[in-house]
Design a protein around this ligand. Sequence first.
Ligand code: SF4
Length: 319
Amino acid sequence: MIEELKEKVLAGGQVSREEALLLARDGDKQGLYRAAGEIRDRRVGRGFDTCSIINARSGKCSENCKWCAQSAHFHTHIEEYDLVDESTCLQLAAANSRYGVGKFSFVTSGRTLSDRNVERICHYAKEIGEQFPDLHLCASMGLLRKEQLQRLREAGIRRYHCNLETSARYFPSLCTTHTTDEKVATIRAAQEAGMEICSGGIIGMGETLEDRIDLALMLRDLGIRSIPINVLSPIPGTPLEHMPPLTDEEVLTTVAVFRFIHPDAYLRFAGGRKLIAHIEEDAIRAGINAAIVGDLLTTVGSKVAEDMEKVKALGFTIQ
Ligand code: SF4
């Protein structure tokens, strides 16, 4: 069945929800990972996409996402600050450009961003664009309006990030201050503003296998081509702090099934990398072809140069 579905995907077909579930439940795990890696190799080759982020505003968020260290609803011990200044952004952009990181993203905590702060980000983006034209700029700023997204696009920000996080069915158990529909509306508005979209989710938040597959299918319906896969890093003080970790098999199966559903996408390692460091190479073999490098938001990521070397040693070229 794995081989049959692999051939179907390689011929341009799509796996259905039922087929994705069959793949995820198949006992031949090595066969599944191998087939997913082959789909990646044959559909998109061995280019590896890298990006890095600047945590441009931290903490004090009005939303109650149960996994998040930045929510004001929970008592976590993170550094909180308002929008960073221009020189901090430029310094980080310069470092990323020097290391050959392809994309650089402004990430801010909060439900949304004020018009004034959107304008400040536009100013930073224009400066970075002039000084480091090789950097592709992205932004992740919550539920922005279409006019705000248009302003960012005009300032040179080409991609907007908004994770759906999990299935629409499970999301209300994790967050009650905003909805999947609001996220989808933001994604559509960014698409209409001429932006590419990066959207994925977090696994290990108590969701079922079906939730993971429904997330992948929702992303496919939205035409998403860059998909961050985060593994929950339970943060002390958040409601998910005692969530048991996923098994290696659950993580690798998720990656592989996502690859079957998204043969041409960038499946991107994101948060939680420290927890899965021992299976990173296996995950790349099973279909990962992108990563956020450097230090991530409020959890420890991995160092840029180290990441680049690891990826090259596996036979990939950095894009
Ligand atoms: S995930 Fe975003 S919206 Fe939710 S609490 Fe964290 S910063 Fe706020």
